[in-house]
Design a protein. Structure first.
Length: 499
């Protein structure tokens, strides 16, 4: 049995970051584990209500009393580009810290997650360089301008499945539109984001990016409920999202919610078969299967169903699961013990409920310390089965056959979620009809996972509220102000002046 080594020497203790200084919170010490060997590697000091007060005061001070929110576009572009450079200059260390927290494969962290993190800042630098405004002339001689002003102090709540890529989208947007931010990383994966916050101290003035640590119901809910917060941007599970929105609603704080998914990956007989097979495997197994946009329900047309499933299973058996530091690894450990046990419980239940486990479903037998599971595929008894209705959020595919386009559409939409749909077909009328019928915020045709940052990303139904993307973020991270000015002096009605 192998016991994989930690990617990097872990920090002994993880603390918060307020006013560009280390902040020692008032709460408990929470253990943090490395998923690759299951051992506790560090503790984080939990921030409580008092600490949140300090973080909000600091952000508010910078927002209200300095020129941060009024920086010129040119200056702000420089700041965003400098943030990008900080990530690229420190990519090796940030990647190892991201790996330590998440167990994601180092190769993918460096090649994708951190490239995206850096690009998020460049994207918003480019976006604001072309920001547009509205102006209206009217026949009464008025000029009306619609100004966009920074929203204020924004709370950013990030999950554990891709901390750097997801949190930096929020940080970059907040900075681009002149806000001050308070970031709460997941308590499971604090290492890379706290490092980033400290590295950014030479670029961002104090109070622009504060970071608080701790569990959701303690630190997260104090942040969401704080009356000094003007926006909450949340990425996480649907159950938590409901709680966050209800807490924020008490202060009427606007929220965006990027929540879970149970996305249909629909493979028609008219598809390019090999490409669809590759796409289905990528759709469910990349990022250890822990992603909201995973194609976790694979619907395959009856004519090709048996062959497709058989070949999917054969390929799945060959996937290399193991050390995230090894260049050949394709799937690393699950992010936590609790999450691993939850995923495995779906495989156990599946047998009892009449579904058939085709491959996997167990913990890796030669690796009992880290949180490794076999990549899994299940033939569902129907789309009503638990494995088709609940978000499993791991390397776990559920197969369902369909006969016609109508049946595919009906099964695909038969879920509480509506984040993404994948369609594989070379028949244009099928592509058009099915994509128009999907109740999801995103549709990918003959491709897995294309993220165009200018376009909105988010979900229908229980997959979310609001969107992330260029214009969507501009709307969310700013307040609109309408200013009307007469172009020439007007003859106003004279109240109190006798007619
Ligand atoms: O996420 P949570 P969990 C899904 C996935 C997963 C399930 C549960 O199905 O199995 O959610 O994961 C913070 N107020 N996704 O429980 O709880 C928390 O500390 C404020 C989908 O780990 O949603 C963390 O920082 N904040 C997903 C963040 O919310 C609170 C990504 C996310 O944690 C809070 C992750 C509260 N009351 C899980 N409670 C995606 N959309 O990609 C928790 N948090």
């Amino acid at each position: 049995m192998t016991n994989f080594q930690n990617p990097i020497d872990p920090p002994e203790i993880v603390k918060g970051w307020i006013d560009n200084k280390v902040h020692h919170g008032k709460g408990k010490e929470i253990p943090v584990f490395y998923p690759g060997n299951g051992s506790q590697v560090s503790v984080l000091v939990e921030d409580t209500e008092d600490d949140i007060d300090k973080a909000v005061e600091s952000a508010r001070r910078t927002f209200d009393k300095t020129d941060w929110s009024k920086l010129s576009v040119e200056k702000r572009i420089e700041v965003l580009e400098a943030c990008r450079q900080v990530i690229l200059d420190n990519i090796d260390e940030l990647a190892l810290l991201e790996c330590l927290g998440t167990g994601l494969i180092l190769r993918e962290i460096k090649g994708f997650h951190l490239q995206r993190a850096a690009y998020n800042f460049r994207f918003f630098a480019q976006y604001i360089s072309q920001a547009h405004g509205e102006r209206y002339d009217n026949t009464d001689g008025y000029l009306t301008l619609v100004n966009r002003e920074p929203a204020g102090v924004v709370g950013l709540i990030a999950p554990w499945n891709a901390p750097m890529a997801l949190a930096t989208m929020k940080i970059a947007a907040a900075v681009a539109f002149g806000n001050c931010a308070i970031l709460k990383p997941s308590e499971q994966t604090p290492f890379s984001l706290i490092k980033l916050a400290t590295l950014l101290r030479d670029v961002l003035p104090e109070g622009v990016l504060n970071l608080v640590n701790g569990r959701g119901p303690v630190t997260g809910s104090s942040l969401v409920s704080h009356p000094g917060i003007d926006r909450i941007s949340f990425t996480g599970g649907t159950v938590t999202g409901r709680q966050v929105m209800s807490d924020a609603g008490k202060q009427l704080t606007p929220c965006t919610m990027e929540l879970g998914g149970k996305s249909a990956n629909i493979v028609f007989a008219s598809a390019d078969y090999e490409r669809a097979l590759d796409g289905a495997l990528i759709g469910i197994f990349s990022n250890n299967g822990q992603q909201c946009l995973a194609g976790s329900r694979i619907l395959v047309q009856e004519k090709i169903f048996d062959k497709f499933v058989e070949e999917f299973v054969q390929r799945t058996k060959k996937i290399k699961v193991g050390d995230p530091l090894n260049d050949k690894t394709e799937i690393g450990p699950i992010a936590s013990k609790q999450h691993m046990e939850r995923i495995l419980s779906f495989a156990e239940n599946a047998q009892k409920e009449g579904d058939k486990v085709l491959v996997g479903g167990k913990r890796l037998s030669d690796q009992k310390t880290g949180f490794f599971i076999e990549p899994t595929a299940v033939l569902a008894s129907s789309n009503n089965s638990k494995v088709c209705q609940e978000e499993i959020f791991g390397p776990f595919a559920s197969f369902v056959p369909f006969k016609s386009e109508e049946e595919a559409i009906s099964i695909a939409n038969d879920t509480e979620f509506g984040l993404v749909s994948y369609i594989w077909s070379d028949h244009m009328p099928t592509i058009m009809k099915v994509s128009e019928s999907m109740r999801s915020g995103v549709v990918w045709v003959n491709t897995p996972m294309m993220r165009e940052l200018r376009a909105p990303f988010g979900g229908f139904k229980n997959s979310g509220v609001g969107r992330e993307g260029g214009y969507s973020c501009e709307q969310f991270y700013t307040e609109e102000k309408t200013v009307s000015i007469p172009k020439t002096p007007l003859n106003l009605k004279k109240f109190g002046d006798e007619l």
